[in-house]
Design a protein. Structure first.
Length: 539
């Protein structure tokens, strides 16, 4: 179900906001107009609204039946703008504004409005994407005439009914949208579920769940073998030296800044890269975020948890999952993209990432896998750009997922906004020691990247010889494949003691997609042999 209610006062910007949400959905739009040109001024308003809408939108005028104006479910997004004029017209047709209105006419319209709202909700529950604009008309004094009082009452009742069923409700004030808290609602089985939970269930799924239970781990994208010896020694020193005091991040910040050629004021250590992504909605308060998928899903989960509307921009597998900057909605004031992307492993050129920039927008590049790419081509971490945030992690390279060692690199003004919403002592003493030690050993990081590249190349070459397995070029330490029976193959591999990552939870991918983490050649050989047997058995 996708039902959005956008409410606001006159000239609040509610219609423009609803139009932006409709455009961001990526579907064709059916615009249901409810206002009538009763005078020249009203005609001018209608013309101004029509002029700013995309030319490929279909416009229909609402009739007595609002639900019927939505039309058949042809895959379009329906935008109803707005509820107030339609109710006013219904009252006018019933004679409520006549000098001597007929008795019971308001009651009849109330029943009509209830039935039509039920029809709109039913359409959304059937899978239609519906956006309704409604006037917030109840803040003034009670109108003096009965007909206008009835209009306010009916409009308020209808808006409440829509809000109770909606997956999202926004109040627009002075052009700024405010997401209102969603009510819990019942799922198809009658169980009460939070709207945010229903929307983000798959976004919180990660590969560590697939690797549990032992066996060969090709599900988690962490270099095998645990932390290198030099890091273990540094962690032992930090355990004896630093854990008895509160974490002091200054040494780690200075080392990371020196590594990337940035100022210490531009470095924000975090409890893993995931926490840096979770800081974004609170720090930046975007009106509309665009998340490029398939990609790491915690960023979108964070945005949705904070009530930020999200437009998904899907990479095309037929184009090698290459980033298309033109596919990002122009209204998005925050864009989140991974480079290299997971699970496809796609490495986009810096020019494609820079093409995402525009006035009023912040671009966030998740480079959690960039340190696994020899030479780090296309990284933006050294670029001093006022509107670009780079998120990094050393979890994979150093094999320390339990320490949560990450950081954000941002211009000082944006870095300060991230720090303002970051919990105190976010990065613990051991994580800070790991960050500082690694930043001072660029040659060790480079060696780990070469190892990851060699293991991935070995896996990719072996996969190319397996029949009925589709693969894509990758730049990190994993490969994305597609098979006919993903669930069957995953189960068959599990029976052989091998764990891989089903990738259907990544937006834009299906049940046949699997992510395979590269390991040493002998481990890759065992994986690929088992994969070939599983694919043949599931054919």
């Amino acid at each position: 179900m996708s039902l959005t209610l956008v409410i606001g006062g006159t000239r609040s910007g509610k219609s423009a906001r609803a139009e932006a949400l409709a455009a961001a959905g990526g579907r064709a739009v059916r615009y249901v107009a409810t206002a009538e040109a009763t005078d020249p001024a009203m005609a001018a308003r209608i013309a101004a609204h029509a002029a700013r809408r995309p030319r490929d939108w279909t416009t229909v005028e609402a009739t007595a039946s609002l639900a019927a104006a939505l039309g058949p479910d042809d895959g379009t997004c329906v935008l109803v703008d707005g509820l107030g004029p339609w109710i006013a017209t219904a009252l006018h047709r019933a004679g409520a504004f006549a000098p001597s209105p007929a008795g019971g006419c308001v009651s009849a319209v109330r029943e009509q409005v209830r039935a039509e709202i039920d029809g709109v909700v039913a359409s959304a529950r059937a899978g239609r994407e519906v956006i309704v604009v409604a006037e917030e008309a109840g803040h003034g004094v009670l109108p003096a005439d009965a007909a206008t009082r009835a209009w306010v009452d009916l409009l308020g009742e209808a808006a409440q009914a829509l809000a109770a069923a909606a997956t999202r409700v926004e109040l627009v004030v002075a052009g700024r949208p405010i997401a209102l808290a969603a009510h819990d609602r019942a799922d198809g089985a009658g169980t009460r579920v939070a709207a945010s939970d229903a929307a983000t269930a798959d976004l919180r799924r990660h590969g560590d769940a697939d690797a549990r239970g032992g066996g060969a781990d090709h599900a988690v994208n962490v270099l095998a073998g645990g932390p290198p010896a030099w890091l273990r020694a540094e962690l032992e020193r930090a355990l004896a030296r630093d854990v008895a005091a509160y974490p002091d991040e200054r040494a780690a910040v200075a080392a990371i800044a020196a590594l990337h050629g940035r100022d210490p004021a531009e470095i924000v250590p975090t409890n893993g890269a995931a926490e840096a992504l979770w800081l974004l909605p609170a720090a930046l308060r975007p009106a509309l975020a665009a998340c490029v998928h398939p990609g790491f899903t915690e960023g979108e989960a964070a945005l949705r948890a904070h009530g930020v509307p999200v437009a998904r921009v899907l990479r095309d597998p037929a184009r090698g999952f290459a980033l298309d900057p033109a596919a990002v909605p122009p209204q998005a004031d925050l864009v989140l993209v991974g480079n290299p992307a997971s699970p496809s492993g796609t490495l986009d050129p810096a020019s494609a990432l820079l093409a995402l920039r525009r006035a009023g927008r912040v671009v966030v590049v998740d480079e959690a896998f960039m340190d696994l790419v020899p030479g780090e081509p296309a990284t933006l971490v050294r670029e001093r750009l006022p509107d670009v945030i780079v998120v990094r992690s050393l979890t994979k390279t150093l094999a320390i997922p339990g320490l949560r060692a990450g950081y954000a690199v941002a211009p000082a003004a944006l870095a300060e906004r991230l720090r303002a919403v970051r919990p105190p002592w976010s990065a613990n003493a051991l994580a800070l020691a790991a960050l500082a030690a690694a930043a001072r050993r660029p040659e060790a990081l480079a060696a780990a990247a070469e190892r990851a590249a060699a293991e991935r190349t070995d896996l990719a070459e072996r996969l190319a010889a397996v029949p009925d397995v589709r693969t894509w070029p990758a730049s990190a330490n994993f490969c994305l494949v597609e098979v006919a029976d993903g669930a069957g193959v995953v189960a068959a591999l599990r029976e052989r003691g091998i764990a891989v990552r089903p990738a259907a939870s990544f937006p834009g991918l299906g049940p046949g997609h699997l992510r395979l983490t590269a390991r040493a050649p002998d481990e890759n050989a065992r994986l690929v042999a088992a994969l070939g047997e599983a694919v043949a058995a599931c054919a």
